[in-house]
Design a protein. Sequence first.
Length: 416
Amino acid sequence: MSEAVAPLLFDPTDPAVALDPYSTYARLREAHPVWRSPASGIWFITRHADTHAAWRDKRLGSDFSHRYTAEEFVNPEDLQPWRDERYADFKAFERWDMIALEPPDHTKLRRLVTAAFTPRSIEAQREPASTLINARINEARERGSLDLVRDLAEPLSLTIICDLIGVPAADRMRILELSHDVVSMYEPVPSDATKNRANEAVKEFTRYTADLIAERRKRPADDLLTGLIDATVEGDRLSDEQVISTVMVLLMAGHEASVNAAANGVAAFGQHPDEWQALRSGAAPAKSAVEEILRWDPPLQFFQRWVLDEGFEVQGVEIPRGSKVGLMIGSSNRDPRKYADPDAFRIARGETSHLSFGGGIHFCLGAPLARLELELLFDALAKVLPSIDLLPGAVRRPGFQFRGFVNLPIGAPRVS
Ligand code: HEM
């Protein structure tokens, strides 16, 4: 099969596609297992088996600088971003951003973070998370209104990750704003204004985190930040730059996707009242519902990789070294080759084979925490809401990579 050239098949910058990407994916996936976007140059991989394999393929990497200089690797006409000093702060952050690293740096950093981010520390969040959810639900009941994002999902994920790391309560709303600005850099085609805002946000975030580390060095606490400062694996410790980037990554990854997943799930139930009743009756447990929510409408739609070696092929299409590929989670999760009736939202499926947490060496480090938060949230909502009533005023997040809602008003639980 030859490379696809139809330029209008898929435009991730089109707001209509961001609003409903799934019908576009279906057309793209059937016609092109791999499709090169003329706008971004990204080769999008659309089918489950190919995306699953690509995540584990050693010829692909999140970075290339462990093997090549930019001059050796990137087309001369595409070199400008590597020479551009306007985004130097962002580059400094990415130098030790785990998601953007490859072995051996990635292996070392991930082991040290895993040592501090233990299953016990996650399980310890169960009670505080439940307490917070119930308190927020009670407030909504008394107030008579509930914005799922602002009143519940955001406070939940932000509080849990900030408590785990040790970020003071007063600073959290600013962290939320900075985080939104930083992650907008990961859209497929960010504008200069977006990139500038992201770089400024990284600058402030870095200063903030450095101060927090200095503070914790003086007064250690029982938190992940102190754990990261102290963590050792075979005598290795994290440098300050590594701790700063890691804390920033955890603070952003620790709420962005979880909040969007919660909102996408509530919206899905609003459109599928029978499934809500299945959850309420216990016909399907919240654990299984969470997996279907993640499959059906994933909060992260794609991730990018570099092709590091010649010979990387998808369904007979060779993708040249130096190219970027887009691993399409949203499209792969709806692939009829993998899932029967893939567009149907069925919480009893209990399928954990979706690609929403990625795969290979970068598989989501926070997946157990995200699953715990979502399970507790849906369990609690199922107890108090006889139906999910979607109210006017819902606002989808702009952009394509992060799929979720800015606001999602729903009917509040009634005073009994
Ligand atoms: C529903 C919620 C979440 C989803 C869908 C999600 C999804 C993902 C995906 C797809 C990746 C792989 C990125 C890649 O391959 O380039 C990833 C990596 C990662 N996630 Fe999550 N995530 C979620 C929640 C969380 C939470 C709560 C945390 C932190 C507490 C977290 C921390 C991380 C970290 C640190 C990585 C990088 C791992 C590595 O590079 O080795 N995530 N996540």
